[in-house]
Ligand binder design. Structure first.
Ligand SMILES: C[S@@+](CC[C@H](N)C(=O)[O-])C[C@H]1O[C@@H](n2cnc3c(N)ncnc32)[C@H](O)[C@@H]1O
Length: 264
């Protein structure tokens, strides 16, 4: 009995220490870094917002939580953006990903967001943004499922804004746009919950993997940004030459790293 109690105490003590370490080296650093980036960008995009709070909660929709500044910036940098490129963020929230994309020479940066309150905040953030290099910025309030995807979009960004049928529907719209006008089109997917579905369509190839944050977590876990290239139906798989993938080849196949939908 005594040894059982001791084992239980050791377990609880270990768990407590693990949490303390996590807080000390993880959360506090991340918070300080986030604050620094916010100040440099002249924006207010921190703090999660639940969809119940906004009165738009529904199955398959994910609440507002911003992308991490450094992770996304590195993923976009590896795309070698030119003036030909057009960026769309599905579920753009308070506009953090738009602010990051606006620091690259995109011809156009578009945000599609369901919650009007969040679009208003994004507009304010973009108006006061510093270090903008992109051309036009466009904000659309509405359901991503109903959004008419322009045929010049070349980068579709999703930070797990929705799952299931909504995700499948939006991806189908993207494929329709690609099939109408074949072009280099990349899907940049942060926390790629629907990775297996995307591969199962046979219409994407993985070209890169980046950690979603700095300091990074594992590249084989769920906290990654995967970049896919959209390919024509029946395209033969091409060999992938990517630095990122040398570290995370698991993402070339139907990887399932234990995604969890809940506070991260
Ligand atoms: C995880 S947040 C991503 C925020 C932003 N893209 C970023 O990276 O900082 C998901 C966002 O998707 C929005 N959303 C959820 N379902 C949506 C839908 N069907 N159409 C448009 N936006 C949606 C939510 O309101 C929320 O702001």
């Amino acid at each position: 009995m005594t040894s059982l109690r001791r084992a239980w105490h050791t377990f609880r003590y270990g768990e407590l220490m693990r949490r303390l370490e996590e807080w000390r080296y993880g959360w506090r650093w991340r918070y300080a870094l986030e604050k620094l980036h916010e100040r440099r960008a002249g924006a207010e995009t921190m703090h999660d917002v639940s969809l119940a709070e906004l009165g738009i909660e529904a199955k398959e929709r994910i609440w507002y939580v911003p992308s991490e500044w450094m992770g996304l910036r590195r993923a976009i940098r590896s795309l070698h953006v030119t003036r030909e490129d057009v960026f769309v963020d599905f579920g753009s929230g308070k506009g953090r990903a738009l602010l990051i994309a606006a620091q690259f020479p995109f011809r156009r940066v578009i945000g599609v967001e369901l919650a009007e309150q969040l679009t208003d905040l994004a507009r304010r953030n973009l108006e006061s943004a510093r270090r903008r290099r992109c051309g036009e910025v466009e904000l659309v309030t509405g359901d991503a499922l109903a959004y008419e995807i322009p045929d010049d979009v070349t980068v579709a960004y999703l930070f797990c804004p929705f799952i299931g049928d909504v995700f499948h529907g939006v991806f189908e719209r993207l494929l329709e746009s690609f099939d109408r006008l074949p072009r280099p089109l990349r899907v940049v997917y942060n926390y790629p919950y629907e990775h297996r579905y995307l591969l199962s369509t046979g219409r994407v190839q993985v070209v890169d993997v980046h950690p979603d944050r700095w300091p990074p977590r594992s590249l084989t876990g769920p906290d990654v940004i995967v970049t896919y290239r959209v390919v024509p139906p029946g395209a033969a798989p091409e060999p992938v030459r990517s630095l990122g993938l040398r570290r995370a080849p698991v993402w070339l196949g139907p990887h399932e790293p234990g995604f969890r939908l809940g506070p991260r």
